[in-house]
Design a protein around this ligand. Structure first.
Ligand SMILES: [Zn+2]
Length: 392
């Protein structure tokens, strides 16, 4: 009996969660009916690359066929991206786009694959950043691959992939992970990188990431998280105090907290780099896990901007306001669930369900306004006035 038959929900090496998907893929491998073109679609950081590696293990492992043992030489090399039958076609540059030249080269190579195992997996990441000419170059290879060759396309946005590609593949949507699974991935990554993270900050990042461990890790490394949490505390106090606190000027507690948070927030362009670093770090996690090497703990250090002095640009303001709104919503949801909310927040004088619901609505309106209104500070002032003490 093969291992996939003895366990109802096999999990691939290095994969946390996504049990239904791994079970389905495992069954397909056992029956020799795995589609040769797969699209893993799902939110950023949800574990698409890890699933691709796990699938490659399942396809090539002799110890635990159709599942992958995670321990044999083949599995370990796959998990460490050191196997000739797992190839990555990665986006390049800031835009992470996949060029026609690299696509053609990849297609050519698959003609002679597999090289040493019985299957060859080629992963396109991110498949939704393929230039049209790149997609065209891959069309035929994806439609009629050599025996044993499997294409795996990773995408956050299916709409950005040509229909002609999608129609030749089987699309598998990946759901956000549950909180426990997210915590498992984050804790492993934090341990593997030898980082020291306090529990409150870790839990906050996990809650904000809504089932995407990659995003949670990104948030943990984000120097603006703590200043934005302090900004939320200052904002809640300003709501209670009303206009004098809201219009207290740049040196008031509210607006000086605002300024600190804005200056620690990355420009949208800088964020892309962070995302790439996270993606890379995720693969390192697996390597370290497979190798079993431990590193000395080091403190999480905020990545300092390379540019001279950061400025309070509209893009930064908008990003800060967006993050503030997310944190605020999270805080209110925790209160609605009867929990204490985020740490170190001032007590709400009135935390009846009706008041919390009013606040939720106002913040959602604020999020909508942010997309339209170029004056971020003005939108924030209006929000605080709306929620503050009513005159008379
Ligand atoms: Zn193995």
């Amino acid at each position: 009996m093969d291992p996939s038959a003895s366990s109802p929900d096999p999990s691939f090496p290095g994969v946390v969660g996504h049990r239904r998907v791994t079970a389905m893929l495992s069954r397909a491998i056992t029956r020799d009916r795995l589609h040769h073109g797969l699209v893993f679609s799902g939110p950023r950081g949800v574990g698409k690359a890890a699933l691709a590696r796990g699938l490659a293990c399942a396809l090539t492992c002799d110890v635990a066929p159709a599942v992958g043992c995670g321990q044999c030489d083949s599995c370990r090399r796959i998990l460490g991206d050191r196997h000739t039958d797992l190839r990555w076609l990665l986006g390049q540059g800031k835009s992470r786009s996949i060029t026609a030249a690299s696509a053609r080269e990849a297609a050519l190579r698959t003609q002679h694959a597999p090289f040493e195992a019985r299957a060859h997996v080629i992963v396109i990441d991110p498949a939704d950043r393929m230039q049209p000419a790149a997609a065209a170059a891959l069309l035929k290879s994806i439609e009629e691959p050599s025996p044993g060759v499997h294409w795996v396309l990773l995408a956050t946005n299916l709409h950005n992939i040509l229909d002609t590609i999608i129609s030749r593949c089987m699309t598998i949507p990946l759901e956000p992970l549950g909180e426990a699974d997210t915590k498992t991935v984050v804790s492993r990554a934090v341990a593997a990188r030898g980082l020291e993270v306090d529990d409150g900050r870790r839990d906050l990042a996990i809650s904000l990431a809504a089932g995407s461990p990659g995003l949670a890790l990104e948030l943990l490394a984000d120097p603006s998280l703590e200043p934005t949490r302090e900004l939320l505390a200052a904002t809640l106090r300003a709501v209670q105090l009303g206009p004098p606190a809201i219009f207290g000027g740049d040196r008031s507690p509210l607006w000086s907290a605002w300024k600190r948070a804005v200056l620690e927030t990355a420009e949208p362009g800088e964020r892309e780099e962070t995302a790439e670093a996270t993606a890379k770090a995720e693969s390192e996690v697996v390597v370290v896990k497979a190798g079993g090497r431990a590193r000395k703990p080091k403190k999480v250090r905020a990545k300092k901007s390379k540019a001279s002095a950061p400025k309070e640009t509209p893009a930064r303001q908008r990003a800060t306001a967006g993050r503030l709104a997310e944190l605020w919503l999270l805080h209110l949801r925790e209160l609605l669930l009867g929990r204490t909310g985020l740490q170190n927040m001032p007590e709400l004088e009135d935390h009846s369900g009706a008041t919390v619901a009013t606040h939720l609505q106002a913040i959602q309106d604020f999020q909508t306004a942010l997309a339209r209104n170029p004056n971020v500070r003005l939108s924030l002032e209006q929000l605080l006035l709306r929620l503050g003490p009513k005159p008379g």
